[in-house]
Write a protein that binds this ligand. Structure first.
Ligand SMILES: [Zn+2]
Length: 300
C-alpha cells in the first residue's frame, strides 16, 4: 500500500510539472527514508518535512507485531538512505528483511536511550515495545530521528534541528494537555480494559491502569482462563469500561463487556495511526483521540 501510494504521488507530481514552466533552480533529490510503521513515519515527516520522502512498511491500522513483509518492502529498504525502526522486539521480522534486501543504509533504533518497561507475556517477562505511548518517550524518538537524519544528510542539519525543535514544542504542549484531561478523571476510575497490552508506558506516565486479556503481542490469543480472570477482575474492581483498539479483533472485548457488564468505550489507537481521513492520522491526533475517548467514558 505504502509503495503504491508513493508511485501514485510521483505520477501526480510529474503530470503537474508537465504543464508548468521549466523549474528555475534544480530541486535537490529528497532523502529516501523507510520507517517500519506509521507512527515512526509521522515523527520522521515532522522532522524531515520537505527534505525527505518517507515510505511506511506497515501502514495505517496495520499490526506491526504480525506483519508479513512483501517483496516490495525489500526493494524500498534497498533504495533507502536511512531506515527507522522501533526496536524492543516490535518488528520481529525486520532483521531478516534488511539482510534479504542487502540494504546498506544506517538503521536508527528510535527507542535508543529510553528506559524500557517490562511486561509479562505467557508467563515470561519481556520488554514492552510500545514506548511511543508516553509523550516523554516520543520526544526521545524524535531526537534520535533528528540525529539520524543529520548524519545521513548533513546539508540539512539546520532544517532538521529547526523542524525538530518546533515539533518537540508541540509534543510538550500535548503532554500538558493529556495531563490536564487525565486530571478530570477521578483517580478511582482510571482503569480500563483493552484488547492488547499496548498502554503500559501511557499508564506509567499518566497514572492509569490498563488491563489486557492478550499479552504483549497481538500474536498471542487470550485463553479461556485469562478471559474468565479478567471478567472476575472487572466485577471485583468495578472497572467501568473496556476499549476497542484499531489494530485488534474487537470480538474479544465485546464478549468481555457483555459478560462483565462493563460498558464499551471508543476505539483507542495503539500501534498504528488511522488513514488520513480518520481521527488519528498523526501522532498528536492519535494521543488526542485516545484521551478524548478515555475522558468521555470515565470522567463521570
Ligand atoms: Zn502492540
Amino acid at each position: 500500500m505504502a509503495g503504491m501510494r508513493y508511485v501514485i504521488t510521483c505520477i501526480v507530481v510529474s503530470l503537474s510539472m508537465a504543464g508548468a514552466a521549466p523549474a528555475r533552480a534544480q530541486t535537490p533529490a529528497k532523502l529516501p527514508v523507510v520507517a517500519t510503521f506509521s507512527i515512526l513515519a509521522d515523527f520522521a515527516r515532522n522532522v524531515g518535512v520537505e527534505r525527505i520522502d518517507v515510505v511506511t512498511l506497515v501502514g495505517p491500522n496495520g499490526d506491526t507485531h504480525v506483519y508479513q513483509p512483501r517483496p516490495a518492502d525489500a526493494r524500498e529498504l534497498g533504495a533507502a538512505r536511512l531506515i527507522l525502526v522501533n526496536g524492543l522486539g516490535l518488528e520481529g521480522w525486520i532483521d531478516r528483511l534488511i539482510t534479504a534486501s542487502s540494504a546498506e543504509a544506517p538503521v536508527i533504533v528510535a527507542t535508543k536511550g529510553i528506559n524500557p518497561q517490562k511486561m509479562r507475556e505467557e508467563g515470561r517477562i519481556g520488554l514492552d515495545p510500545h514506548a511511543w505511548q508516553s509523550i516523554a518517550n516520543a520526544k526521545i524518538y524524535v531526537a534520535n530521528i533528528r540525529d539520524g537524519l543529520i548524519a545521513a544528510d548533513p546539508a540539512g542539519e539546520a532544517a532538521y534541528r529547526a523542524n525538530a525543535d518546533n515539533y518537540l514544542g508541540k509534543l510538550d504542549a500535548l503532554d500538558a494537555e493529556v495531563k490536564r484531561e487525565i486530571a478530570k478523571i477521578p483517580p478511582g476510575r482510571r482503569q480500563i480494559i483493552t484488547t492488547h497490552d499496548a498502554f503500559g508506558y501511557f499508564g506509567t506516565a499518566y497514572g492509569f491502569r490498563f488491563i489486557a486479556p492478550e499479552g504483549i503481542s497481538t500474536e498471542t490469543e487470550a485463553s479461556a482462563r485469562d478471559v474468565a480472570k479478567i471478567i472476575r477482575q472487572i466485577r471485583a474492581q468495578e472497572i467501568p469500561a473496556v476499549f476497542l483498539e484499531n489494530v485488534t479483533d474487537p470480538r474479544l472485548v465485546r464478549s468481555i463487556a457483555a459478560e462483565s457488564g462493563a460498558t464499551i468505550g471508543g476505539t483507542l489507537y495503539s500501534d498504528a495511526l488511522s488513514p488520513p481521513d480518520g481521527p488519528a492520522s498523526t501522532y498528536i491526533d492519535m494521543m488526542r483521540n485516545n484521551i478524548r475517548e478515555l475522558a468521555a467514558a470515565l470522567a463521570n
